[in-house]
Ligand binder design. Structure first.
Ligand code: N01
Length: 529
């Protein structure tokens, strides 16, 4: 079978990419592992799953009628609501007829003789396409640590990112939750509300701010819809693709009283705009510590037992250097009599037994294990496919010491292979939908341009790639991000090279750069006919 383009993944990026390529008149086949659209929101059905970007900002902007007709019901959209939205988009634009569900791409090899990509799937498909577009997402390769004995556990066990479709009933069960990142922090309060007992296995405490989620105010929704063109423009030009108020003054320039007032106001408002309180929180250790200590003071205020409050208080990394969590009642959950916090930093998990979790100091018998242990982020889903480019070069080999891209869009030696929100682009540091639309629009513009000029292939120039990769690393070093052992750096996966993967320069500046490159005839790319 032959298509003009193959798109891998039918989450928000793959769906919009399909729509845009169709608009150019291309034949497209989308391969999607899941049995439905939605990507992250298809897989992450764990209890409490909710986006930390507000509903009115977390939606496509490409179609006026779509954004006007869809009604959001809550300030922060829940997973089921976002999945309904994804399904609605798929129906409205009749996307499903070009998506092959239940199919994982296993290999993709570039054939230099024909200039086509040969794509293979786990269902035995072999297709050829001129353009190969990875829309595999950044957090789709779920990771369960290799605990000895993990397979021996007799009860059910689930990863938050591979949650059963028919839900899980925790009633009367003793549940172990391993991991306290965004997923664990959202799931734990809901599980604790139902289970007989929850033991939370925490290795590193995280900073979390309250969501203060609430039903959508119709006036706000109406106002946002009436002002969408302006709001979307502001988001595109912003640093993180969000509308939140960003205060550029230094946390060190204001009095203690004023600073506390500002933090309190943002805490009361809820959401990640807490980090926008001062302009230097992400870059100045002293400013950062003031914000961090404010959150720790809140933990002490909320959590009754001082020992537990201290265990929950992050002290080993700057606030914001790992993705800040947004929760509903997380810290207060530790005041419940049916919740125990196990500190696996002090008392590590040694093995999983048929009846539970054994740490160095003792046994925790449980009926179910929930792994909230995260992902092989950004590069994991891409390298999970066996991709070979020119001269038989494998992407895995090329990225052995960390990802190398030009603008996060292409990697030299892999012509006509585009990555949406790949490493080297703002991606996970931004509102993903804003970054997805920007990448898809850029790729669609590029493909149209190539076709108009009969250019058969585009590839990144190795020199431009070197310069961009160096730039991505350099700007990260100006921030506090590299100080945390985070998945941004691959530090959560044993053996993964420690390289800061996303581009911290901001979506507004990055967009301008991409637009300029295109306007200059795809400067930094090599074109061949
Ligand atoms: O994964 P994580 P996640 N023994 O990697 C622990 C997005 N997201 O799924 O920190 C014991 O953050 C690990 O401990 P440590 C968001 O971008 C968004 O929660 O490595 N523990 C950590 O506590 C987020 O950042 C939303 O010491 C082990 C946890 O598991 C990203 O997805 C909601 C361990 C993993 O945390 C990933 O979040 C959910 C081991 N061997 C997710 N291995 C929203 O929009 C790992 N851990 C709100």
């Amino acid at each position: 079978m032959r298509f003009d383009a193959v798109v891998v993944g039918a989450g928000f990026s793959g769906m919009y990419m399909l729509h845009r390529l169709r608009g150019l008149g291309l034949s497209v086949r989308v391969f999607e592992t899941g049995d439905g659209v939605g990507g992250t929101w298809y897989w992450n059905r764990y209890p409490g799953a909710r986006c930390d970007v507000q509903s009115m900002e977390y939606s496509y902007s490409f179609d006026d009628r779509l954004e006007q007709e869809w009604e959001w019901t809550e300030r922060f959209p829940s997973q089921p609501e976002i999945l309904r939205y994804a399904d609605h988009v798929a129906d409205r634009f009749d996307l499903r007829r070009d998506i092959q569900f239940g199919t994982r791409v296993t290999r993709a090899a570039y054939d230099e003789a024909t200039g086509l990509w040969r794509v293979e799937t786990d269902r035995g498909d072999v297709v050829a396409a001129r353009y190969l577009i990875s829309a595999v997402g950044c957090l789709s390769a779920a990771r369960v640590p290799a605990f000895p004995g993990a397979e021996s556990f007799r009860g059910p066990r689930f990863h938050t990112g591979r949650w059963p479709h028919d839900g899980v009933d925790f009633s009367g069960l003793r549940v172990a939750v391993i991991g306290t990142g965004s997923s664990g922090i959202q799931a734990i309060p809901v599980i604790a509300g139902q289970a007989e007992h929850v033991t939370v296995f925490q290795r590193t405490p995280n900073y979390s701010v309250p969501a203060h989620n609430r039903p959508m105010e119709p006036e706000y929704q109406g106002w946002a819809k009436a002002n969408y063109p302006d709001l979307r423009r502001r988001m595109r030009e912003s640093h993180a693709g969000l509308l939140g108020e960003f205060n550029s003054t230094s946390a060190l320039e204001v009095s203690d009283e004023e600073r506390t007032r500002e933090f309190e106001t943002r805490w009361a408002k809820g959401g990640i705009s807490f980090l926008g309180a001062y302009g230097d929180i992400a870059v100045n250790p002293r400013a950062n510590e003031l914000a961090a200590e404010f959150v720790r003071s809140k933990i002490r205020e909320i959590v009754g037992d001082p020992g537990t409050a201290e265990l929950l208080s992050p002290r080993d990394h700057p606030i914001g250097s790992k993705r800040i969590c947004v929760d509903t009642g997380y810290y207060a959950t530790y005041n419940r009599p049916n919740v125990t916090l196990a500190d696996v930093r002090a008392d590590p998990i040694e093995e999983i037994t048929p009846t539970g979790v054994r740490t160095a100091a003792g046994r925790h018998d449980v009926d179910m294990i929930v792994y909230a242990t995260g992902y092989d982020a950004m590069t994991g889903p891409l390298l999970g496919m066996d991709i070979t480019g020119k001269g038989g070069l494998s992407l895995r080999r090329k990225w052995e010491a960390g990802p190398r891209t030009y603008l996060g869009l292409m990697s030299a030696g892999f012509p006509n292979l585009f990555t949406i929100t790949g490493p080297g682009s703002p991606s996970v540091l931004s509102n993903m939908i804003v970054s997805i639309e920007q990448h898809v629009d850029w790729i669609a513009g590029c493909v149209a341009w190539l076709r108009e000029r009969d250019v058969a292939a585009i590839d990144a120039d190795p020199l431009a790639e070197d310069a961009w990769t160096a730039h991505v690393n350099e700007v990260a070093q100006f921030t506090l991000y590299p100080q945390a052992d985070s998945w941004y750096l691959g530090a959560n996966v044993p053996g993964k090279p420690r390289v800061f993967m996303p581009y911290v320069g901001g979506v507004g500046a990055y967009r301008l750069k991409c637009e300029q490159v295109a306007a200059d005839g795809y400067e930094g790319f090599v074109l061949s006919s």
